[in-house]
Every structure is written in C-alpha cells, then in structure tokens.
Design a protein around this ligand. Structure first.
Ligand code: DGL
Length: 270
C-alpha cells in the first residue's frame, strides 16, 4: 500500500464536505479526492439496493484513481454498504456510523440518544445496532429529517425556513430524556449553529450535539497511524473535487464551507 496515495472520500452530494473539513484538521498532510454524486442525490430517500449500487459505482471511481483507503462520508451509505465494499475492494473502508455512535455514547450521560438522519438511515436501524454493540445502557430514538438535505444542497443554511424545519423535527425528542442528539447525516453539520440553538431551547442546555464527521476524522487518523499509512509529506495536503453534475453550485457551497481551500470541481460519469 502506498502511504503517499490520497484518501478517497465520497458522499451523495456535498454533505461529505463536513467530513473533509474534519479530516483536513485531523490529517493536514493527506491528499484527498472527494466525490459528490450530485447527479443522484439524495440517497436517503432511496431503497438499500439502489444505495448499494450507487456506493459500488462511487468506490470503483475512487479506487481507479489510486486511493489508499475509502472514507464513506455518508450515513445512508454507511448504513447499508460497508461490508459489501470491504468484500469487493481490496482497500480499507471507514464509515461514519460507528464513530458517531461511540461519540454519542460518550456524550449522552444517563440520557437517551436522539438520532436525526435520512429516512433510509433511520429505517435501517444502523444507529440502534451500532449503539447496542458498544453500550448496554444507552437507548436510541431516531427521527428522519429528510428536508434538511435539499436545503443544504441549495445552500439555504440560515434563517427562518431551516430553523422551522429543525424545530419541527426536534419535537420528536421533547420530554424523552435525551442526553445527546447525533447529527446522523453528513449534511446536517452544515446547520450546526442553528441545530445547537434549537436543541438548547427545546431539549435543554445540558444536551450535547454530536457530529459524526469529527468522530470519523479522529478514528480515520488513528486507523492510518496504527497501520503506518499516514503520508510522510510535510506540505499541506491537496484537495481534488469530483462531482457527477452541477459543479458550479457544488463549488459555491464548498467555497462557503471550506473557505480558500475549495478547488474547482471536475464532472465525471459513473
Ligand atoms: N449525506 C447523506 C447522509 O449522510 C444524506 C444525503 C442524501 O440523502 O443523499 O446520509
């Protein structure tokens, strides 16, 4: 395995940029190739067989570009595809649900864990399984929050509309003894300030908001360090963007989100 090869990161669209931002902070010298399947977003409203097929296409495209490991920066894909991707490709495959579940267990105290995710992620029961594999005491309550995905893809991240949408979704957790709310979709950290404000006002000031992107970046760093797969370079890592459609709107949100680090996006066909 070539430790100087880039990391391959993919998502259905731009939500995975939240993972890229966290990875760049945790692993500043790694090159990253990011693929956003913007032609087929959203994945979260589709069935598991379709999501798996798309995930296989995305992974193939990244493996063909010589990446050393795959980071699935999408909860919906992480809910249905990691085992199959590990079986089909001779590469390490990291995903977001296990690290997010472990971070939630650490944050929830004696409370329950509220998970906001796509319809597919919540229906899969993947967070319930990941939490119960790591804790016998924590209970999970899931709430599908699909409307936040198109708002994020539009770059509509602030103001009355996303605020009302978040408020409505969080009602499911009111009075349920929640200790932590997991942003169980990589698009949701784009709304983090707004979600934190609403969590504090509806669920209480002690309730933590857990971002699976940060936990995933930390676990990816530990994984690469343990296997001596980190780059030995000392220059800042480079970032390459691949998308399957609408490169300009992807670049506009990426620019806002990553600042100067956002390069132009190249359109590819899967
Ligand atoms: N980013 C995806 C996730 O984490 C959701 C977006 C979509 O529905 O495609 O689940």
């Amino acid at each position: 395995m070539n430790r100087e090869a880039p990391l391959g990161v993919f998502d259905s669209g731009l939500g995975g940029l939240t993972v890229v931002r966290a990875l760049r902070a945790a692993l500043p010298h790694e090159d990253i190739v990011y693929l956003g399947d913007t032609a087929r977003v959203p994945y979260g409203t589709k069935g598991p067989a379709t999501v798996l097929r798309y995930a296989l296409n995305c992974t193939r495209a990244l493996v063909d570009r010589g990446v050393k490991a795959i980071v699935i920066a999408c909860n919906t894909v992480s809910a249905v595809a990691p085992d199959r991707l590990r079986a089909d490709f001779d590469k390490p495959v990291l995903s977001v649900i296990e690290p997010g579940a472990r971070a939630a267990i650490r944050s929830a105290g004696d409370g329950r864990i509220g998970v906001l995710g796509t319809t597919a992620t919540i229906a899969s029961g993947a967070y319930v399984r990941a939490v119960s594999a790591n804790s016998t005491r924590c209970e999970v309550l899931g709430r599908a929050a699909p409307l936040l995905v198109p708002l994020a893809e539009e770059g509509w991240l602030e103001g009355e509309v996303p605020s009302l949408v978040v408020r409505e979704y969080l009602q499911a957790f009111v009075g349920k003894g929640i200790g932590a709310v997991v942003l169980g979709c990589t698009h949701y950290p784009l709304f983090r300030p707004l979600i934190e404000e609403q969590v504090r006002s509806l669920l209480g000031p002690h309730v933590n908001v857990v971002d699976s992107a940060l936990a995933t970046a930390d676990e990816t760093r530990d994984f690469l360090v343990d296997r001596e797969l980190t780059s030995t370079r000392t220059r800042p890592g480079e970032l390459e963007f691949l998308v399957t459609d609408r490169p300009r709107s992807f670049e506009a949100v990426a620019q806002r989100f990553l600042g100067d680090a956002a390069p132009a996006a190249t359109v590819i066909d899967l």
